[in-house]
Design a protein around this ligand. Structure first.
Ligand code: SAM
Ligand code: DTB
Ligand code: SF4
Length: 336
């Protein structure tokens, strides 16, 4: 097996854009259902008051103007949101908590009940709760968790410019616990924080070297939230996002590449270019965790106009069930 280097990744990332997209689309057609897109709905189950100092995050209590800390949501409320998400077409429900690490006791039990409830709706369940130990990972697996989201965010080299309260190795350790427990790893990062192209490529190189490679790779463009240290970062050029999606697709042919935060700043055309470059998953619903996401109706129209189909929902199970291969549903062609 040849070991990939930063130079190899740069050689892909820096190809002329049309060549890069052409190559990525070839890999996409070989390894993925080319016209299908996964719709994931996000819900912040515990908002604000986070002790970490991630420079991009509006939920950190270390930044000047922070959001109020709210308690962990009630599971009935969360499950009614999950049902609504499923009824509007999402097949994965992702629950995020502004924690440094997953809490123990009743709060963790509540999260486990949320996971079981989401799975019983016939949806994939994903959570992102911060750092996790081995036992917590096993308990989440036992509850039926499909995937755990924990991002590298950037390269090891740039990381300390953005976060000082936990290390890159802390992140890798959590990902190891998740993987050892048999839970799919959802891991990606953010562009637009002031990192270099080498930083972006190093992050992709690290992700591609995971064994197994991540099941899903969220590619976020920074949402520069007022009050955070990164509030003044200039927006990225959408082609940079296309390059990230394409490079991720080429390096990780079997992963779902998720075009994540930052879509409200993208044109429809830029988003379709990302899909052409191999992105095949989006966050669906008008809110991410605390910031805005495109309107669901607009997203459905975008997919329809592009000839893409959301993955079809599984019927409600009433109990935790094994994962099946996704089916796709064709949207009717828009009648104007
Ligand atoms: N507290 C947990 C953690 O950090 O692992 C889970 C929630 S955290 C909000 C999940 C991820 O969202 C971060 O790792 C980061 O990649 C992404 N994110 C947060 N704020 C963002 C922003 N303003 N723009 C783009 N991505 C963001
Ligand atoms: C990921 O990579 N992006 C999502 C999800 N994983 C949890 C979060 C994006 C958050 C954007 C800022 C906000 O809405 O607070
Ligand atoms: Fe906390 Fe996660 Fe935000 Fe970092 S990204 S401040 S860990 S909620």
């Amino acid at each position: 097996m040849t070991v990939l280097t930063l130079e190899d990744v740069r050689a892909i990332h820096d190809l002329p854009l049309t060549q890069l997209v052409f190559r990525a689309q070839g890999v996409h057609r070989e390894h993925q259902q080319p016209d299908s897109v996964q719709l994931c709905t996000l819900l912040s189950i515990k908002t604000g008051g986070c002790p970490e100092d991630c420079g991009y995050c509006p939920q950190s209590s270390r930044h000047d103007k922070t959001m109020d800390a709210e308690p962990l949501l009630d599971e009935r409320h969360v499950l009614s949101q999950a049902r609504a998400a499923r009824d509007s077409g999402a097949t994965r429900f992702c629950m995020g908590a502004a924690w440094r690490n997953a809490k123990g006791g009743e709060q963790f039990e509540r999260v486990l009940r949320m996971v079981r409830g989401v799975r019983a709706l016939g949806m994939e369940a994903c959570v992102t709760l911060g750092m996790l130990d081995g036992e917590q990972a096993l308990a989440l697996k036992e509850a039926g968790l499909t995937a755990y989201n924990h991002n590298l965010d950037t390269s090891r080299e740039f990381y300390s410019e953005i976060i000082s309260t936990r290390t890159y190795d802390d992140r890798l350790r959590t990902l190891e616990h998740v993987s050892h427990a048999g839970i799919s790893v959802c891991c990606g990062g953010i562009i637009g924080m002031g990192e270099s192209i080498d930083d972006r490529c190093n992050m992709l190189l690290t992700l591609a070297s995971f064994s197994p490679q991540p099941e899903s790779v969220p590619v976020n463009a920074l949402v520069a939230v007022p009050g955070t240290p990164l509030e003044a970062q200039p927006p990225i050029d959408p082609f940079e996002l296309v390059r990230m999606c394409a490079t991720a697709r080429i390096l990780m042919p079997n992963a779902r590449v998720r075009l994540s935060a930052g879509r409200t700043a993208l044109s429809r055309e830029a988003q379709v270019l990302c899909f052409l470059a191999g992105a095949n998953s989006i966050f669906f619903g008008d809110k991410l965790l605390t910031t805005a996401n495109p309107d669901g109706d607009d997203d459905m129209k975008l997919l329809r106009d592009a000839g893409l189909s959301p993955i079809a929902a599984e019927p409600e199970q009433g109990h935790v069930h094994a994962q099946k291969a996704p089916r796709t549903v064709r949207l009717p062609i828009a009648v104007v």
